[in-house]
Design a binder for this molecule. Structure first.
Ligand code: SF4
Length: 169
């Protein structure tokens, strides 16, 4: 897939940190099991979102923000998740949004919200996180360029994944 071009999205970042194989499958447009009640391809992110009012979603290029507000400290963007189970994925997804805003000249801080768990976590775009994001983005491009998906690795996500028949049948 030499001429394979795509824009990295928060969904790719989120999946990269929990299942790189799914990133490959999504990017290669392998159709998941249409009959699977848990059919995802990005929808899983929505399923992980609690109480989202879609009318308040804000889209900017390839990013989609759950919450945007102006605090006395500055602009805050928020991402609402149903569970903190995939915390690293959630942190890096939000960091990716912060980096995309920064690229457009907008400084902001991030807030991850887990209403069901009554938890909240701040995410700041540090130089280290930016470096890590760049590595993740490069790794996603490498995954996309492979002719075969990464090896399946059984994780908690598999049981709700539309690709489970593909990976584990
Ligand atoms: S079934 Fe598991 S290994 Fe396969 S794509 Fe889904 S999460 Fe990844």
């Amino acid at each position: 897939m030499d001429d394979f071009e795509f824009n990295i999205t928060g969904t790719h970042i989120w999946y990269y940190y929990c299942c790189p194989r799914e990133v490959w499958l999504m990017l290669h447009q392998v159709n998941p099991d249409e009959d699977d009640a848990n059919m995802d391809l990005g929808r899983f992110i929505h399923e992980m979102t609690y109480g989202r009012d879609k009318s308040k979603e804000i889209s900017l290029g390839n990013i989609r923000l759950d919450i945007v507000r102006q605090d006395k400290e500055g602009l805050v963007i928020g991402e609402v998740k149903k569970s903190s189970k995939y915390l690293k994925s959630a942190r890096m997804q939000l960091a990716f949004y912060l980096a995309e805003l920064k690229r457009r000249g907008i400084e902001a801080t991030g807030e991850l919200l887990f209403p069901k768990e009554k938890k909240k976590e701040s995410v700041t775009l540090t130089a280290d996180i930016e470096k890590e994001l760049m590595k993740a983005i490069a790794a996603i491009h490498c995954i996309a360029a492979e002719s075969r998906p990464p090896q399946a690795r059984k994780i908690g996500l598999c049981k709700n994944c539309a690709y489970k028949e593909f990976c584990w049948a």
